[in-house]
Design a protein around this ligand. Structure first.
Ligand code: PRP
Length: 185
């Protein structure tokens, strides 16, 4: 396979991703009651590939939403600064909410997002992350469904970026250290 020049190796192939996404869709479909509506919220931008594939494997009626945010500030408060770049288009009060993340790293974004969404009184909040890096966690926050638990590699592809590049790779690859250690991309 032709690798993008700054990608060291394929870490999770496109086929492995699809297989695991199908399993996650089954797990999620078995978790919720059959006819309960779920508001599925993709966290922009990284979740877009995973979201698109996952929702087609969920059997419940689903409302598709996207939420844009970024965390900033280094305070120890897990409920702290969440900068919203795109808010939800509908009310989630009394709805089952499933948050779709590409990756959970320090857990900061997810912890803040959970606090933020909880204030809108959903019936439930569950999280699905394609990739989890537990060794990087700084804020403990539950992740209900995990696609792949991985070591602390700099991964890109299938939605994940470095400086907004590589999101369109069909696989998850490990970025060469020289790509992120130098200022050039
Ligand atoms: C990524 C990812 C999570 C967050 C995880 O988003 O999508 O939201 O970082 O990191 P954390 O656990 O350390 O908070 P990012 O801010 O890179 O934006 P992107 O989705 O547009 O790439």
């Amino acid at each position: 396979m032709h690798l993008e020049k700054n990608v060291e190796r394929v870490y999770i192939s496109a086929e492995e991703i699809q297989e695991r996404v199908t399993q996650l869709g089954q797990e999620i479909s078995e978790f919720y009651p059959a006819d309960e509506e779920i508001v599925v919220i993709g966290v922009l931008n990284g979740s877009f590939c995973f979201m698109a594939d996952l929702v087609r494997k969920i059997k419940q009626p689903a409302i598709i939403e996207f939420f844009g945010c970024s965390s900033y500030g280094s305070g120890t408060e897990s409920t702290g600064n969440l900068r919203i770049t795109k808010d939800l288009d509908r009310d989630i009060a009394d709805k089952h909410v499933l948050v779709v993340e590409d990756i959970v790293d320090t857990g900061t974004t997810l912890a803040r997002l959970r606090t933020f969404l909880s204030k809108r009184n959903p019936k439930s909040i569950r999280i699905v992350a394609l990739v989890d890096k537990p060794s990087r966690r700084k804020v403990e926050t539950p992740v209900d469904f995990v696609g792949f638990e991985i070591e602390d590699y700099f991964v890109v592809g299938y939605g994940m970026d470095f400086a907004d590049h590589y999101r369109n790779l069909p696989y998850i690859g490990v970025l060469k250290p020289e790509a992120y250690e130098s200022t050039e991309n």
